[in-house]
Design a protein around this ligand. Sequence first.
Ligand code: AMP
Length: 126
Amino acid sequence: MPEPSYDSQNIFARILRGEIPCRKEYEDEHVLAFHDINPQTPVHVLVIPKGAYVSFADFAAKASAQEIAGFWRAAGHVAAGLGLDAGGYRILSNIGADGGQEVPHFHVHIFGGRRLGRMVPKAPEG
Ligand code: AMP
């Protein structure tokens, strides 16, 4: 999939630069995790890399092994820190137009705190 160029004015880039506040859950050299502003579940946290990657596809293709390992290790650490290991949770990333991605900086959603049901609706909306 061809990747659009990275828009440094996207909202998550602005959060990373400290221009917009967030409810921070975790931060390290590779990753920032913060609570979604419009939570869909009792626990809804976003994990983003600090590097400028448009989507998962861009991250998977271009990030260093250290960044990739650091990202997923941190995502697991965040989920555990949120108390989700016992009950379970879901990690999801929307990619591009068909994936319904709104913010063009790679992120995963961590959803938890209740039974989440089906992975996706039976038929696409619209
Ligand atoms: P996606 O559709 O995967 O791109 O999801 C983008 C997510 O970012 C949505 O769940 C939004 O509610 C969330 N979001 C947008 N702006 C902010 C913000 N300023 N702080 C926290 N979450 C945000």
